[in-house]
Design a protein around this ligand. Structure first.
Ligand code: 0L1
Ligand code: MG
Length: 260
């Protein structure tokens, strides 16, 4: 079945708003989908969300850990977009019925003070352009059955983006060694995973640099004021009814939410 990029984007958006999972689009709808074409579908999806009146908080990076890159057999992470209606207050309760099969991962977010335009951006340039960093919990919720996708599928699906909880403790990036930020993810007091900032491409600033360089390929840049999720320090853990999720990040405090 041949569907246009717009039709596929609409199909993905409907799955998101109806909270129903779908078969990956490379199974039958677009078997030969390339990474480049997948980003065009993502662009349609982003434009549709903008037309619905939502605004972009910032792009995010995904598949930044070595483990996820090996699992997906890719050399390069991917990006997607976080919108204003995806932001959850620290400590809030979410309803499991608003999701398909959500997972959570702990991350570091960057809040930019200056625009960053590739190519050739380095982590040091990113740090100089960053006003603040904070801890974050990202909820990912692939629209595909059983999180079963290929790289182009997940790119088209806005990199599984669903929600984000930003921590209240904001710090200047120079106050911390971000690669050494120890992170513990707990559910109901039980440790589910742990890591350090270096799990994200060696240093979370490298993730933002890579994002700026990737966006340059389509003539875009990172903008002052944007909040950038740099990628999971921990693995992604499945959420269930009654879960109380906390991430503790050294120097960045605690971020939490509950699942009702
Ligand atoms: O934020 C992420 O790393 C998610 C990227 C997409 C892969 C997934 O859904 O696990
Ligand atoms: Mg993530």
């Amino acid at each position: 079945m041949n569907m246009s990029n717009k039709e596929i984007a609409k199909y993905l958006l409907e799955a998101e708003s109806n909270r129903t999972d779908i078969k990956r689009i490379t199974l039958d709808k677009s078997p030969n989908l390339t990474v480049e074409e997948a980003y065009l579908i993502q662009e349609e999806l982003v434009n549709m969300k903008l037309e619905q009146g939502h605004s972009i908080i910032g792009p995010k990076m995904g598949l930044t850990s070595r483990a996820k890159m090996v699992q997906m057999n890719v050399e390069e992470p991917i990006y997607g977009y976080i919108f204003n209606n995806m932001v959850i207050q620290d400590g809030a309760e979410i309803s499991l019925s608003d999701y398909i099969h959500p997972k959570v991962e702990a991350e570091i977010a960057f809040i930019l003070g200056k625009d960053i335009e590739g190519p050739g951006i380095t982590g040091a340039q990113v740090l100089a352009a960053t006003d603040y960093v904070c801890g974050a919990l990202e909820i990912i919720d692939s629209r595909y059955e059983n999180f079963n996708f290929t790289l182009p599928d997940v790119i088209a699906d806005n990199a599984s983006s669903s929600r984000v909880v930003l921590g209240n403790r904001i710090r200047k990036p120079e106050e911390l060694e971000l690669d050494l930020v120890g992170t513990v993810l707990k559910i109901n007091g039980v440790m589910k995973d742990l890591g350090a900032g270096a799990a994200v491409l060696g240093h979370p600033a490298n993730s933002v640099a890579m994002l700026a360089n990737m966006l340059h390929r389509k003539g875009e840049k990172l903008k002052a004021g944007q909040v950038i999720l740099t990628g999971g320090i921990t693995g992604a853990v499945q959420l269930s009814y009654g879960d109380h999720v906390t991430a503790k990040l050294d120097g960045l405090g605690e971020v939490s939410f509950s699942v009702g």
